[in-house]
Write a protein that binds this ligand. Structure first.
Ligand SMILES: Nc1ncnc2c1ncn2[C@@H]1O[C@H](COP(=O)(O)OP(=O)(O)OP(=O)(O)O)[C@@H](O)[C@H]1O
Length: 377
């Protein structure tokens, strides 16, 4: 028996066999969603409303529906389709189950994630039937989201820049595992749409450590766009001001998401001003200060039930990921190792195979020191 994330059901099918997305008829999706009834809406974004539905085979789905078909919606649709055809199956990445190109609408069909988004489980929780996320669940979410993002960033020759990581694009399945979704702004990095990075040392490091299988460091590849995607405080400064981005913009957004995960609040710039930037600017990044501030910053819904050391470590990692200088931010494979060591107490020599791709050659990093030394004055 295999739990299939595509159909969100148990089946005897081989989970590594990626079924190509199916072409649904509009009628099938109308029937599944009770004619797109308002009561079935589970969320929405720039593409359109998202409806809960049940297909004729009994499986639960989320149907993303655009009823205005403009250039932007067409691009969003194509991007989600492209990601679906490029990304290999991973438990922490949402897989496209199907699509529908009707005359006046565009629809995307995904397996339904029962617990909706991370955003809807933090702060003003929409669903009060489940309790607040406990610390252990938050740790699993942090690690799962990191693994999903690392998978997008490095799976063989394909690197996918998500560009829209935030608590709304991290969904939670029945076991509260993080599943990355929302690929409408994603970019598939390849030689045609990137310029080679300029940080020579890092390229050399990468080549030297990788016995020739990877001739460049994908985190140095730059994608130039004339449109800035993303949500307010989750947009990395270098991207916001230049329109140029590398995979490090996703690391920045991941760091911001971690801050929301521990504080339980829509932190935006406020959190960093209060905790991150404020401390960095004041030169007060020593562990003692973080410890002192921690209690006032951690989500009160946790009712103090969290190991302080772990919370402190998570905040330090978040601050490192959100550093203004992208070269200081770690790569996602390094983030996974820091999380595994800090949160699971895992020996790096017995690292989980789930967190490593074949091409992963990054040396082990211990949990980061405070980013103060590299911070702007
Ligand atoms: N598979 C799913 N299962 C459950 N809820 C979902 C699913 N997909 C989307 N949602 C809900 O819809 C919201 C918007 O989804 P998504 O981010 O994919 O849409 P979008 O149009 O790409 O959004 P954005 O405007 O942020 O780009 C999510 O935050 C979540 O609440």
């Amino acid at each position: 028996m295999v739990f299939n994330l595509r159909t969100f059901s148990f089946s005897s099918a081989d989970e590594d066999d990626p079924t190509p997305p199916r072409n649904f008829s509009l009628k099938e999706l109308r029937d599944a969603t009770n004619r797109f009834s308002h009561g079935n809406i589970v969320g929405g974004g720039d593409f359109g409303a998202v409806y809960r539905g049940r297909l004729a085979d009994g499986s639960l789905v989320a149907v993303k529906r655009a009823v205005t078909i403009d250039q932007e919606r067409k691009e969003f649709f194509e991007r989600e389709m492209q990601v679906a055809s490029s990304v290999s199956l991973h438990p922490n990445v949402l897989n496209l189950r199907g699509f529908c190109r009707a005359k006046r609408e565009l629809l995307l069909v995904y397996p339904l994630m029962i617990h909706n988004s991370l955003a809807s489980n933090l702060g003003e929780r929409r669903d009060r039937s489940t309790g607040p996320l406990d610390w252990t669940t938050r740790k699993r979410i942090a690690l799962g989201a990191a693994r999903g993002l690392a998978h997008l960033h490095n799976q063989g020759n394909i690197r996918i820049m998500h560009r829209h990581i935030c608590p709304y694009s991290i969904l939670l399945n029945a076991q509260f595992e993080a599943v990355i979704a929302g690929f409408c702004a994603a970019v598939i990095m390849h030689e045609r749409n990137v310029q080679e990075g300029t940080t020579k040392n890092r390229v050399e490091d990468s080549v030297a450590s990788d016995s020739g299988s990877q001739a460049y460091n994908c985190y140095d590849y730059v994608y130039d766009d004339n449109f800035i995607y993303g949500v307010g405080g989750f947009i990395a400064p270098e991207y916001r001001y230049t329109g140029k981005c590398t995979l490090k913009i996703d690391v920045f957004a991941f760091g911001r998401t971690l801050l929301e995960l521990v504080s339980g609040q829509g932190t935006g710039d406020l959190f960093l001003l209060r905790f991150g930037k404020h401390i960095i600017l004041e030169g007060r990044t020593d562990g003692g200060t973080i410890k002192n501030e921690l209690k006032t910053l951690i989500d009160p819904e946790l009712q103090g039930k969290y190991p302080e050391e772990e919370a402190e470590g998570l905040v330090q990692l978040a601050l490192l990921c959100t550093h203004d200088d992208p070269s200081v931010r770690p790569e996602m494979s390094q983030v996974i190792r820091m999380l595994e060591t800090q949160l699971l107490g895992q020996d790096p020599s017995s690292r989980s195979s789930r967190s490593l791709s074949e091409h992963d050659s990054t040396p082990y990093y211990s949990f980061p020191p405070s980013p103060s030394s590299k911070a702007a004055p």
